[in-house]
Ligand binder design. Structure first.
Ligand SMILES: *[C@@H]1O[C@H](CO)[C@@H](O)[C@H](O)[C@H]1NC(C)=O
Length: 193
């Protein structure tokens, strides 16, 4: 009889004890699934975790932008694109990427004898000129220019060789002359005596 009474008492008290327990500190609220007090961030954390009241900690690979916002970090800074998740770039319009790191301009139809330098724009390789949007050609004036360069090089070598020969000849002649002059001086000397 007494045992049944205690059991009943416990049974009646149980629901009450479930509803009036933990009181969380200021800045914390009860998490109903874990029954624990968790910190509250008044502005939800973007790419971060609320670790203390109004304190967001950034997730791995993200860097702080403001109190509540963390932004993804890309080592190579996503030139011509935007860092959307850590180490992954999304490209601007007109650019594409194969590795998610480097955004390269797109030239529809490619660039013959050139390279795509901006979206839809081919820049010709050295020695080539623009024929149309996708093709660069080797034009005669360009070839002539290269020939001029070659001629110039060979001309320079030739001139250098000639100059060297000239200098050598000059030195030899000077030596011969001075020997001749000495001979003359001696000759004069002897003739005076
Ligand atoms: C550019 O010129 C090449 C060679 O003449 C030609 O095959 C191609 O169709 C041209 N492209 C355009 C876009 O005009």
């Amino acid at each position: 009889m007494l045992g049944r009474g205690i059991f009943l008492l416990v049974f009646l008290l149980l629901p009450a004890s479930q509803t009036c327990h933990v009181l969380c500190q200021n800045g914390y609220e009860l998490d109903s699934t874990t029954n624990r007090c968790i910190p509250v961030c008044s502005t939800p954390c973007c790419n971060g975790i609320c670790t203390a009241p109004d304190k967001c900690e950034c997730l791995d690979g993200y860097v702080r932008e403001s109190d509540s916002i963390c932004l993804p970090h890309c080592e190579n800074e996503c030139l011509n694109g935007y860092c959307i998740v850590p180490e992954k770039c999304a490209c601007k319009y007109g650019y594409s990427t194969t590795d998610g790191k480097i955004c390269q301009p797109i030239c529809d139809g490619g660039c013959v004898n050139g390279f795509c330098s901006a979206p839809g724009e081919c820049t010709c390789n050295d020695g080539y000129s623009k024929l149309n949007a996708t093709n660069c050609i080797n034009v005669p004036t360009v070839e002539a220019h290269i020939m001029t360069n070659k001629t110039l090089l060979f001309g320079l070598i030739g001139t250098s060789v000639l100059l060297l020969i000239g200098v050598v000849m000059y030195i030899f002649r000077k030596r011969a002359n001075s020997a001749f002059e000495k001979e003359e001086q001696f000759g004069t000397y002897f003739s005076i005596n």
